[in-house]
Ligand binder design. Structure first.
Ligand code: 5GP
Ligand code: MG
Length: 175
């Protein structure tokens, strides 16, 4: 249980740790000699990204973009905006997009299209969690942590109206 009312732990901090360990091992195997660019999608990814990169013991670079599709609250508006864009040149780079949760796939599909036009050497996707039951646009997730049920999740970077990002576990926000 979380100490905050209305929250039920779905993925504990211990399970998150072993999930990130496994992802880091897979990414190390594939990228240790490629000087990859890890491209995180703000804001939700900030906790996962910081845990992940501290387990990657090889040369890499980090960049962020910020997308906004949720106007507020829990429902995607379907209208994806890049609120903070890419500052680095990704041409000929091995780019690994890092996302906290994939839901309908709308925000990622439009970002991946945008990135492909910039001619990276390779473009892959790592997601901590996936809600496949909600997908509207098919996506290949190259490195997936956990499949989660169709519930609204908060914690470990995920918010509801900018709150709860600081919770160390992933929790279900109950009505
Ligand atoms: P998509 O474009 O795939 O529908 O939405 C992806 C984005 O919506 C995620 O990166 C995340 O920011 C947000 N999102 C999707 N599901 C959840 C959820 O259960 N909880 C929270 N806090 N955000 C979510
Ligand atoms: Mg996100």
């Amino acid at each position: 249980m979380s100490s905050q009312a209305g929250l039920k732990v779905l993925v504990s901090r211990a399970e998150l740790k072993s999930t990130v360990d496994k992802l880091a091992a897979d990414i190390t195997r594939d990228y240790h000699d490629k000087n990859p660019l890890l491209l995180g999608i703000l804001k939700g990814v900030f906790v996962f990204m910081s845990d992940l990169v501290r387990r990657l013991d090889f040369p890499l670079e980090i960049e962020f973009v910020r997308l906004s599709s949720y106007s507020s609250g829990r429902e995607t508006s379907g209208n994806v905006k890049m609120v903070q864009g890419l500052e680095m040149d990704i041409k000929d780079r091995h780019v690994l997009v890092v996302e906290d949760i994939i839901d309908t796939g709308t925000s990622l599909a439009s970002l991946l299209d945008y990135l492909k036009k910039k001619k990276p050497a390779s473009l892959k996707l790592c997601a901590l969690t996936d809600k496949p039951s909600r997908r509207r646009i098919p996506l290949k997730i190259d490195y997936l942590g956990l499949t989660v049920p169709d519930k609204f999740l908060v914690g470990y970077g995920l918010d509801c109206d900018q709150k709860y990002r600081n919770l160390p576990d992933i929790c279900v926000l109950e009505e």
